[in-house]
Each structure stands twice: as C-alpha cells, then as structure tokens.
Design a protein. Structure first.
Length: 417
C-alpha cells in the first residue's frame, strides 16, 4: 500500500522535496577528557557483618588471612518432657553437650586437601558490625583492641579436620566450660572465633548452627535442640593497598565517583554537516548512553573467585559525600555481571554500564522546582557488601580509561518552501 501511495498524485500534497529527511542515527564515543572530571574513589561503605557468605583463610595466595566470628542466639529456657503421661515444660535443665555444625560452599572454597580447623571461645566484649583484625570494637568514641592480640586470638576450644573429598560440613564438639560461657544472652563476650591453620586454604561458609544436648531434671532423658546464629562477621589481614585507578566493592565497600560534563560534540562529520558543530545533544535525542570501563588485575589476595555485579547510580547530594544518598539503579538493580578472571588472569575486559536515564536527566536541565540535575555518577557493587574481593578498573589516563558511549537520534534542520 505504501508503494502505491507514493506513485499517486494529489493536488493537495506537498512536493516530495519539502518532506523532512529521515532522522539521523549515529553512535558517538567520547574519551574521559570530553565528558568526565574529578574522579574520587571512596571506601568505608557497609560492614563485613553483612557479607552474604563469611569465610576463613590462611595465607591465601600467600597473604590473606581471614577468620569468622560467630555469636549464637539465646539458649532455650527449658524443654518439654513427659512425666507420668503428662507433657510438661521443665526449666531446670542442664546443658551437657554441644556441637557446632558448619557447612561449606564446596564450589567457591579452595582447599589443597584436608583442612585443619579450630574454634576458640571469645573472652571479651566485641561488636559484629565494627570488629576488625585489630579491634574488638571500633566505633566513634569507643575503640578497643583485642586483648589477646590481633586476629581475636584465643585458646582453642575444639579442633577438627575437614576433607572436602568426603563431606561438605564439619562438627566441632564443645565442652561444658565453653557452653557455660555462651548461655547468658546479656553476656556481650560470648561467641566463637573460627580459623584454619592450613596454608593456602580459602573456605566459604554457607551455614552454621549449634546443637545442644539438654538433660531434664524431671525425666531421665536427653533432649536435643538447635539454635542459629545471632551475629557473625569476618575479620581479615592485611588490608588492601590504596586504589590505583577505579575500585568497586570489597569490605568495607569501595565506590568510584565521577562528575559527568554535558558533552559538546565536534563530530562525526555527518552530524556536523546536518546540524553544525559544536553540538550539545538534547535529552530527547539520547537513544542510549553507557559508560564503558576496562578491568584491571586486582591485588592478588583480593582477586574475585566469583562473578561480581557492577551498578551505577546518580549521586543526589555531592556536597554530602561520602554520605550522600544515591538515586535509582541505572541497571535495574541487577548490575553488569563480570567474571572473576577479568580482575585476575584475563584483565582488559570492557564492561558497559547503561546510564541512559542519567544522561537524559543531566541534559534535561533543572526540574520543575529549579533544582539542577544530578551530575555525579557512582559506580558501585550491586549489593554492598557482596564479597571480600573487589573489582578494579583503569582510571583516567590509563590505556583503558572510561569512555562515554552514546547513540543519538536527531532530526536534520528543514527549510520551508
């Protein structure tokens, strides 16, 4: 039908030469110097207490040592037993034995063979959210070093050997003295320090629970009950070196922030021929925009062993950094998935983060209230924290410095007859 219509003549139709030309669609890539400025790499976001999967290591990749601290939930106040055919609750009980069960993620863990593991009972007050290799508590106005030395060093309460060839978990038997120190829920010292003494091991924990054997005073029986974790965190050493280029993720998490300048285009030639240059795109002309980053090898001890997801969000109040609130995810919260080898054995991988909404907002000018649009972009982990290892990217001046990629659809200027 369209082909036929083009051949028909109408006395009311405009001359074909006065109809607008087809819109011009083109791709533009701008180097850092033409769109970015003021790169900042800030750390200290989130806490190791929020790691989805804690871990223990010993001289992993020749350097990293990590231990997991655990505090268990409240012990049951009593047990239900049958006395003379009647079920009653007995609160006069004795905890005669306990067993700490720990499961491992065998896919993510690295074990050179059978791995020696130890549990020690913590003996001083500690705080899961702020504890580190050097400090049991590290908050504003309250900083306390571990009394037993760095790494929360304590006497061994129980030791076992885990062989990944035969099982995905281990069980630590605990003596009555250790159990007694964990009963009081108000006792802020209670907890366990789990470590490995096998060099080169990296074990990722996916579950932990405490199984109790409880003797009733009303019946000649032993009742078993299981309680879960109340708090946990990871302490590690050594800390990573200062960032070179851009850094994203880790614990506490790092973020890379860059100011984006509304670009003035001086090419390509077809754009200049149609619209003139320099040319600043309008919001509605942005079909797609993305910032492209290039991976570099992370510090050996902190090279990822799993896929990392990288996100981008606008910084809503740059003056409030490092505590500025962030806008919505530019990647719908999923993040760009990057394989671990991109930050280890195979760097130089291009990672493209869509920022179409950010660029349209930036080029749209002030909002209805006269507030300027956000012009600072944060590159961060899709979830914080996600892992102890972190992502590293080339920064400005590096061979793979950030690039702004845009696809523009623009209409050419018309002269009416």
């Amino acid at each position: 039908m369209a082909a036929v219509a083009c051949q028909e003549q109408s006395p009311t139709a405009l001359d074909d030469s006065s109809l607008p030309d087809e819109p011009l669609t083109l791709e533009v890539e701008l180097p850092w110097s033409q769109f970015g400025s003021n790169l900042q790499v800030l750390g200290g976001y989130s806490s190791a207490a929020g790691l989805p999967l804690p871990l223990v290591t010993r001289a992993y990749l020749g350097a990293l040592e990590a231990r997991t601290l655990m505090r268990f939930d409240t012990f049951p106040p009593g047990v239900r037993v049958v006395v003379d055919g009647v079920t009653v609750t007995d609160t006069d009980v004795t905890y005669v034995a306990a067993f700490l069960s720990v499961g491992f993620d065998t896919v993510r863990s690295v074990a050179p063979g059978p791995v020696a593991l130890e549990i020690g009972g913590l003996q001083e007050e500690w705080q899961a959210r702020s504890a580190s290799w050097s400090f049991a508590i590290d908050t504003v106005g309250d900083q306390r070093a571990w009394s037993g030395g760095a790494g929360a060093t304590v006497p061994t309460s129980s030791s076992v050997t885990w062989d990944p060839a035969f099982a995905d978990s281990v069980t630590f038997p605990l003596d009555s003295a250790t159990i007694a120190t964990w009963i009081d829920p108000a006792d802020r010292t209670r907890g366990a320090n789990m470590l490995t003494t096998t060099d080169g091991a990296l074990l990722v924990l996916n579950r932990a629970s405490l199984r109790l054997a409880i003797r009733s005073s009303l019946a000649d029986s032993i009742v078993e009950d299981t309680i879960g974790l109340l708090d946990r965190t990871v302490i590690y050493d050594p800390p990573p070196a200062a960032p070179a280029g851009m850094r994203v993720g880790g614990v506490p998490a790092w973020r890379s922030l860059l100011e984006v300048i509304p670009p003035q285009l001086v090419g390509p030639p077809e754009l200049c021929a149609a619209l003139g240059c320099p040319f600043t795109p309008e919001a509605g002309q942005i079909s797609y925009a993305a910032v492209r980053l290039t991976t570099q090898t992370s510090e050996a001890a902190y090279q990822p062993f799993d896929t990392l997801r990288i996100d981008a969000r606008s910084v809503l109040s740059p003056a409030a950094l490092p505590k500025s609130p962030l806008g919505n995810s530019q990647t719908s919260g999923l993040g760009a998935a990057v394989p671990p080898e991109a930050f280890g054995s195979a760097p130089g991988v291009s990672v493209e983060l869509p920022i179409t909404t950010f660029m349209r907002t930036l080029l749209g000018g002030p909002d209805a209230s006269g507030n300027p649009p956000p012009g600072t972009l944060a590159v961060l982990s899709a979830s914080e924290p996600s892992s102890l290892p972190f992502a590293s990217f080339d920064g400005p001046g590096d061979p793979g410095e950030p690039v702004l990629r845009m696809i523009l659809t623009v209409g050419t200027s018309q002269v009416l007859p």
